[in-house]
Ligand binder design. Structure first.
Ligand code: NAD
Ligand code: GLY
Length: 366
């Protein structure tokens, strides 16, 4: 098992990464001095695979536990299901010493974390992420949220967990597209912060993702270490944390243009990183040799076929809904070299449109 720390003073917490960790959940929570009752929030795909192991471990450690199983998918990350958590917590008589366990991917982590942040003005929670994306990104850093019909993640909080417990064995059951989605976020860390990690991935990443377990252990560890360092320096995204949004400005626009029903998150971010890197090169910020290396690795992660029924206008329109906009300005995170990005709010809309138009021309050739 490997362990690292998100260093936030009194709100610091460990991230534990290894195999066979689900069965240790009860012991881990005992060490955290959880009182009261526990509610495990999970989804219908994850529960049959990992629910029993977690519940048994918690019960064996003496906890009173109940479980709430949600439908899978982004549609669950909304008010209706948050209220289901609140109602069950009230039914169970959960008080401020009670706790919530988020067992699942980013949808469950964000939703259960949001419920923990707000139920009785805040109860403790732990993240047990079961997708690669959740293990390397969404479970770390305390961003919790639900969606509003007018925008993703619009209602939320910064609310840190007490522990992130990553059992790498859960990746064995993860569908290929979900692995690919997480791998896009992994590559993101190399591009934004760590050229040596980028090089390791460049050497080792096989597009079938059939690497040895050690590869995943190292990859999750190094990704979490980069995210932990950034979050520790800038918990509430006053500055540096914004670099984690590399690829997300155009990625979110693609998700919005396809009504959140075509791409999963990392697949859209992979296109977003490609487009942002091309924009950076066009702006004279990134050398062609580095752009080529980035594109190479992004292609190795793999792209979902580009959707037929959207156009440049739809995507540009999607940029207007970006949560990170400052007034009328769209914020872009652009690579300046592998391992370093800058934050730009002065990129003219026409330049973004040109990148997209060129991309569409290229795409139509296929
Ligand atoms: P997800 O939670 O929808 O999980 C993807 C699918 O995999 C679901 O169908 C789920 O049931 C299934 N699944 C989960 N674990 C499994 C396993 N081990 N084996 C088999 N199937 C499994 O999606 P996700 O990609 O994990 O998360 C996406 C969400 O995360 C989005 O809502 C996004 O906004 C959010 N997010 C949040 C942050 C943050 O900082 N809070 C960062 C990135 C993304
Ligand atoms: N996923 C972006 C962040 O945590 O800030």
């Amino acid at each position: 098992m490997k362990e690292l720390k998100v260093d936030l003073g009194a709100r610091s917490y460990p991230i534990k990464i290894g195999s066979n960790l689900l069965q240790t959940l009860g012991e881990e929570l005992k060490n955290l001095s959880f009182g009261g009752k526990l509610l495990v929030v999970t989804d219908e795909n994850v529960y049959p695979l990992y629910g029993k192991t977690c519940l048994e471990s918690l019960k064996n450690s003496g906890f009173k536990v109940d479980v709430l199983v949600m439908p899978p998918g982004e549609g669950t990350k909304g008010w209706f299901y948050a209220e289901k958590i609140f109602s069950r917590a009230l039914d169970l008589g959960m008080d401020r010493d009670s706790g919530i366990v988020a067992l699942g991917g980013g949808v469950i982590g964000d939703l259960a974390g949001f419920a923990a942040a707000t139920y009785m003005r805040g109860v403790s929670y732990v993240q047990v992420p079961t997708t690669l994306l959740a293990q390397v990104d969404s479970s770390v850093g305390g961003k919790v949220a639900i969606n509003h019909p007018r925008g993703k993640n619009m209602i939320g909080a910064f609310y840190q967990p007490l522990l992130v417990l990553v059992d790498l064995d859960t990746l064995n059951t993860l569908p290929f597209r979900e692995l690919r989605s997480g791998m896009a976020e992994v590559v993101k860390y190399g591009i934004i912060r760590d050229a040596s990690f980028f090089n390791t991935l460049y050497t080792a990443l096989d597009p079938t993702f059939s690497q040895e377990k050690e590869f995943f252990q190292d990859t999750v560890y190094r990704s979490c270490a980069i995210k932990a360092e950034i979050v520790s320096a800038d918990e509430r995204e006053g500055g540096l944390r914004a670099i984690l949004n590399f690829g997300h400005t155009l990625g979110h626009a693609l998700e919005a243009a396809t009504r959140y029903s075509y791409f999963n998150h990392g697949e859209a971010v992979n296109y977003g990183m490609l487009l942002a890197s091309r924009l950076a090169h066009r702006e004279g910020l990134l050398r062609k040799t580095e752009l080529d290396l980035i594109e190479d690795l992004l292609y190795r992660v793999g792209f979902l076929e580009f959707p037929q029924n959207i156009n440049v206008k739809d995507i540009v329109q999607g940029l207007k809904y970006d949560k990170k906009r400052k007034g009328e300005k769209t914020i872009f995170i652009l690579p300046e070299k592998i391992g370093r990005v800058g934050i730009y709010d002065n990129i003219a809309e026409e330049k973004v449109e040109k990148i997209l138009k060129d991309f569409f021309k290229e795409f139509n050739k296929y």
